[in-house]
Ligand binder design. Structure first.
Ligand code: ISL
Length: 514
């Protein structure tokens, strides 16, 4: 019989390419750098890599402003370099998915140039969302929508029309009612699938479709996202993927509730949706238990696997979110054992396995368009995109063959380099390696059922099992978010996120038992 779909319980590792490894000394991570570090990903033990956008782009939003979705930006290499990464990764047993950006193009995409040159009423404008403004002379935007990064979601062009951009003005939204837009996206999917990628991450999967008439946002509704029409688009994407066996489509889906989320994962839509429930939940056993239950219940409705993530290139790192320092790191380590204990797929973000924290960058280093569009009240997302410290005692810690890196790496990360942590059995990297190894090889990690049993206040104990009466295969994950050490349930301890104290699990720690 056909083996279980690989992606149902895969551990995906998000490579923020620009920040991963630089092979040519310009301070920017690239494909050849990634290729040279595939051995590390093998050692870490991940199943797949999700590669952030590497397409030709002016990088006004970190490459999510794509000029040509079927190309490689020279700063990252070329198509041959991409093919080499793909071949070597797959040879090593690591699958590769690429980030596709269907909601918008970059402003340097030839289509947008044509739309501006052609003027109002022309077919080139139909690929985007151009409208006349309101009020005398159309001087007010067509509706009241705000952009995700701040400011109005509309920008006026010299002939007086406005175009829609849910993100930065350099990311005009595509019109998904337009046949050319649809056909071109299918070409892009096939371009990468034909090259052999194992799937795609669909950015802003809850965007794309826009409501007829582009109504104002009234209280309690957000007409910008999660329109019913988006599901027809996902069904078309799924049909394309179904022609490529064993590929996966992973959606970035931000919607108000689980019922809306599940709609994207119906059997003829996306395979997986990145669930940010754990990211939003505080370090509290009851709250975390509720979040896990909610995520499991959400996907159970549609038969999709759950997914778990503690961070990505858009959200703050766990260590900092939990207060930083030793306590923040202890909590982040505990959360790693929680996410890796659960049934379903996991999305790790590069550097999470090193216990990296958010970096306070000098203003002149910031590149995120959110900084400017928010009027500077928001420091943006660069602080979670600082390059990986690999080796040595000083920045850039072998991230680059050159002297510098596109964002400065703090000297205090000297203790967190891959090199330092590989040698230290107590390091966060060693914890992740052990956890991934167990998750991969131990039979206790095969069950799909989760149940909870009695634990002291401020703690939880979950039991993951197969649902059969044969309970030999069960895994127990205990989490202590209380202020006091706790006794563990009976069983053999496989792994703890912190050393036991007098036979008990200390605060801010988790343990796995069988
Ligand atoms: O981080 C956010 C706001 O600052 C989110 O709203 C995020 O922008 C949204 O989830 C969509 O994310 C994806 O597309 C964005 C890009 O900036 C993100 O990095 C990407 O993950 C626009 O292309």
């Amino acid at each position: 019989p056909e083996a279980r779909d690989w992606w149902r319980d895969a551990v995906f590792y998000q490579v923020h390419l620009r920040s991963f490894a630089d092979s040519d000394g310009d301070g920017i991570g690239d494909l050849e750098g990634l290729r040279s570090r595939l051995g590390y990903l093998e050692l870490l033990g991940v199943d797949a890599v999700w590669l952030t956008p590497f397409y030709r782009s002016p990088m006004a939003d970190n490459g999510y402003d794509v000029t040509d979705p079927r190309s490689v930006d020279p700063v990252f290499g070329d198509l041959d370099a991409f093919d080499a990464v793909l071949a070597d990764a797959q040879e090593t047993g690591i699958r590769v998915i690429v980030d596709v950006v269907p909601n918008h193009s970059g402003d340097l995409h030839p289509w947008f140039g044509e739309a501006l040159a052609e003027g109002r009423g022309g077919a080139a404008r139909e690929r985007y969302v151009f409208r006349d403004g309101r009020g005398p002379d159309g001087a007010r935007p067509p509706n009241d929508w705000q952009g995700e990064f701040g400011g109005p979601a509309w920008t006026r062009v010299p002939d007086g029309q406005w175009y829609l951009h849910l993100f930065s003005p350099r990311q005009p939204d595509l019109n998904w009612d337009n046949a050319e837009v649809q056909a071109d996206f299918e070409l892009t999917l096939r371009f990468w699938l034909d090259r052999g990628v194992d799937g795609v991450r669909v950015g802003t999967a809850h965007g794309l479709a826009k409501p007829a008439g582009l109504p104002d946002a009234t209280d309690g509704t957000d007409p910008r996202f999660d329109e019913d029409g988006v599901h027809e688009i996902h069904r078309r994407i799924r049909k394309v993927l179904d022609g490529y066996p064993r590929t996966v489509a992973v959606g970035e889906i931000h919607v108000p509730d689980g019922a809306r989320f599940a709609r994207y994962l119906r059997p003829d839509e996306l395979h997986l949706g990145v669930d940010s429930g754990l990211i939003r939940t505080e370090f509290d056993a009851d709250a975390l238990q509720a979040a896990v239950d909610e995520s499991l219940a959400t996907v159970a409705e549609v038969g999709a696997p759950a997914t778990w993530t503690l961070g990505d290139h858009d959200t703050g790192r766990q260590v900092s979110r939990h207060g930083g320092g030793d306590r923040g790191r202890a909590r982040a380590r505990a959360m790693a054992l929680v996410e890796l204990a659960l049934p379903g797929a996991v999305f790790l973000y590069n550097g999470e396995e090193l216990g990296l924290d958010d970096v306070e960058l000098p203003t002149e280093s910031l590149t995120d368009p959110r900084v400017r569009l928010s009027g500077g009240t928001d420091r943006g997302r660069d602080g979670v995109r600082v390059p990986i410290p690999w080796e040595g005692t000083d920045p850039p810690f072998s991230f680059s063959t050159g002297e510098t890196s596109w964002l400065p790496i703090p000297g205090r990360w000297a203790a967190l380099t891959v090199e330092a942590q590989l040698e230290d059995t107590a390091s966060t990297l060693s914890l992740y390696r052990q956890a991934l190894e167990l998750r991969q090889s131990h039979p206790a990690f095969t069950g799909d059922h989760v149940e909870w049993f009695g634990a002291p206040a401020g703690c939880f104990a979950l039991r993951r099992h197969s649902g059969d009466e044969d309970e030999d295969g069960a895994l127990i994950c205990a989490l202590n978010t209380s202020a006091a050490p706790i006794s563990l349930p009976p069983g053999e301890v496989l792994l703890t996120s912190a050393p036991m104290v007098d036979g008990r699990l200390p605060p801010d720690a988790a343990a796995w038992l069988v």
